[in-house]
Design a protein around this ligand. Sequence first.
Ligand code: ADP
Ligand code: ASP
Ligand code: MG
Length: 420
Amino acid sequence: MKVFKFGGASVKDADGIKNVFDVLQKVGHDDVLLVISAMGKTTNALEVVIKSYFDKGADLQASVQEVKKYHNQILMDLFEEEDHDVFAAVNKLFADLEQFLKQNKSPNYNFVYDQIVSFGEIISTTIVSHYFNYRGLKNQWIDVRELIKTDNNYRDAGVNWDVTQKNISKGVKKKNLNITQGFLGSDENGFTTTLGREGSDYTAAIFAYCLNAESVTIWKDVPGVLNADPRYFENAILLNQISYREAIELAFYGATVIHPKTLQPLQRKEIPLYVKSFINPLLPGTSVSKGADLEPQSSCYIVKKGQLLISLSSLDFSFIMEENISEIFALLHKYKMKVSLIQNSAISFSVCVDDKFGNFSELKSILAKKFKVTYNENVSLYTIRHFTEKSANAVAQGKEVLVRQVSRETMQIVTKETEA
Ligand code: ADP
Ligand code: ASP
Ligand code: MG
């Protein structure tokens, strides 16, 4: 079996969905499992809904309407008959969402987040599945929440592999075209969970692992994995081949083209991952597999914006020792800070983190009881793998560098954000 993942960008409008259909005609669709994300920026739009819900703002209705209007337009562009079943199916999903907003009693933000944000994927797969049937491409719609079981760490749930493996072996019919949702799972009580933002790539890897798939392909708006994000770096070049290890490093440092959790399950079973263009589906793209580390050999550039640089020093000039460091890490873990760089000296300790869940102000007040805390918000972390003097200078040029760290293969700098 092959697993294909189509992300939000590939299904952002009716033409995108028609293009996914065309891609399948070109590359084949038997014995395929499709993992599909929410359409376009729907997840962000649903985050606005969640925020308005908790702020008890007057704009809650308007934020739901936004999401509805967007999907309705896509439906009208895809289906000629206004009484096609899909309209009722999608209306029902919005009615379920509205009912949840009305009836929910839970004050748990992360729980509520997952129950709401998941509508993006459920709606998108419902539309795509109906559209393929409409075009004569029979397919099986699968509710991924019945297969992928997780703990109840809402918004960043951990997979229960044993149960998931059994469910997937039973629940996915080979020989069919199967369509399911990325990003979602469910906990022991059947409540929806999510695997972390951008987690649909990971879903594809979970299925591939459990199905012993032949390969995973993630279809993108870029020709494959480039040596830099083309949004921020000019002249990025296509990487033809990357080893699992190199890909894990690139994803870990923040190359957003592949979700970092995706690679480990694939590496364990040596399942190749292809990253290809949904615009030119017959081009080879990038292969992540056993083999050459990086072909062509080149420096790779990664930037993570909107990071937080926290520096702690002892209040009384005493050393920051192992026990302080382990306490600091326990707190970083508790407040769900994703650490991307660490540096320490005798009396100070700096970390660059991604405060994905907006927990810093709480953490800061705890840390301030023991340490002098200074910080810079909104810094950028640049990582260059396989750096050369020239590439390092080019990145640092014209920027105010707050931290620099160099190892044999990797150079990282934290800079103050200069652009608006
Ligand atoms: P999806 O629709 O699957 O969610 P994303 O938008 O998350 O797709 O990922 C594709 C984007 O990733 C590209 O448009 C590109 O801007 C960005 N990107 C970041 N790093 C890289 C890289 N090294 N190579 C290619 N694209 C990259
Ligand atoms: N829709 C989710 C997100 O935008 C998951 C994904 O697209 O991978 O984060
Ligand atoms: Mg994405």
